[in-house]
Design a protein around this ligand. Structure first.
Ligand code: V0D
Length: 266
């Protein structure tokens, strides 16, 4: 009997159990490779607080374990040939959280970099930051800018951290810049093109994300890269960010590759 004939027969007679249906998807467990690796993966790292709550731990324990996932996923993405990894670490909405939690979060860049910057440099990773520096504490900005400076000539994976980032504000700022250029007589409003707008976005110079991942079950964009995600594939999972593993990333990328193959077939 052929490998799949059992499934085919069961399908024909409509007697597949839920469990068998899942198995019949013939999921490849291989590490993604080949062409069609997404060049830019963006991730909304949600569920750190929920992960902690489920374990009876304080929220900051969730954030701390989320940081370990950042290290794990950066390595895994680099390992399979992703060129840009954008991580949504702190949104402009996150200021509404309790002061002590925000203070803890603002120390994480320093903590992460004091542990990991050496290895990032060894691995030729280039650190970038995307967001509004104004409201961030000086110590946070200084730590990130030092990492940006020390890695600016690296040519490997770009690790782009969205800190105090909000997409609508980013676009309003871009609109202001175009208005200023128009008032100065440097730009004809009737000749404004997408590329004129794009060059004022904080993601300027990076390709648009090919794949957006959001963890922890929420199915929203939450003001993240609204312009840049116009044509991206979306992948959602119920897994909390601190538990997001290499295998989850590979699942998302294999699904991305399957979708890309389907378009190719049309
Ligand atoms: C907390 C889950 C790494 C999301 C991940 C202040 C929430 C862990 C960084 C980081 C945060 C930032 C800059 C940098 C290198 C690493 C980070 C924040 C929160 C925001 F250059 N994890 N991480 N930054 N969390």
């Amino acid at each position: 009997m052929g490998l799949f004939s059992k499934w085919l027969r069961k399908l024909r007679f409509g007697v597949l159990t839920e469990n068998e249906m899942q198995q019949s998807q013939v999921k490849s467990e291989e590490i993604p490779s080949g062409d069609n690796i997404p060049e830019h993966v963006a991730i909304i790292m949600d569920g750190n607080g929920r992960w902690a709550k489920a374990r009876g731990l304080p929220r900051i324990a969730g954030h701390h374990n989320g940081m370990k996932a950042v290290k794990r996923i950066t390595k895994a993405a680099d390992g399979i040939g992703v060129k840009v990894l954008t991580l949504y670490a702190f949104s402009t909405e996150n200021w509404k959280r309790p002061k002590a939690e925000v203070e803890f979060l603002m120390k994480l860049p320093q903590e992460f970099l004091s542990l990991e910057l050496g290895e990032l440099i060894e691995n030729n990773v280039q650190v970038k930051m995307m967001g509004n520096r104004d409201l961030l504490p000086d110590h946070t900005v200084a730590a990130v800018e030092e990492a940006v400076r020390q890695t600016r000539h690296n040519t490997g994976l770009i690790l782009n951290l969205a800190l105090n980032y909000g997409s609508r504000l980013e676009m309003v700022e871009a609109a202001k810049q175009l208005a200023r250029q128009a008032v100065a007589g440097e730009l004809d409003p009737d000749k404004i093109e997408e590329s004129d707008f794009e060059k004022w976005l904080l993601s300027c110079g990076l390709p648009d994300p090919d794949l957006l991942i959001r963890t922890s079950g929420e199915l929203r964009l939450s003001n993240f890269m609204l312009w840049q995600l116009a044509y991206s594939e979306f992948w959602f999972t119920d897994v909390y960010w601190p538990e997001f593993s290499e295998e989850h990333l590979y699942d998302a990328i294999r699904e991305y590759q399957r979708r890309a193959r389907r378009y190719g077939g049309l």
